[in-house]
Design a protein around this ligand. Structure first.
Ligand code: ZN
Length: 73
């Protein structure tokens, strides 16, 4: 039960944070944003130097990888 409430609070907080962020970035003066595409950060694979979005990246030992194959290598 408590976990459900905590999960709901976390989701609501994320939604609030997301809209707050969007409202800030889209409203008024927004300077150049380097290397950012619709809120996604591009990360370089530590093995093959391919750029992947942070949602697709695999994090292992504090490094970013484009695929599980690269993370194993
Ligand atoms: Zn790679």
């Amino acid at each position: 039960m408590i976990l459900k409430i905590l999960g709901l609070v976390a989701v609501l907080f994320l939604i609030y944070f997301f809209f707050f962020k969007v409202a800030r970035t889209s409203g008024g003066t927004s300077p150049k944003k380097p290397k950012k595409l619709q809120g996604e950060t591009m990360l370089e694979c530590a093995n093959c130097s391919t750029f992947v979005s942070d949602s697709d990246a695999i994090i292992k030992d504090g490094q970013f990888f484009c695929s599980r194959e690269c993370a194993k290598a």
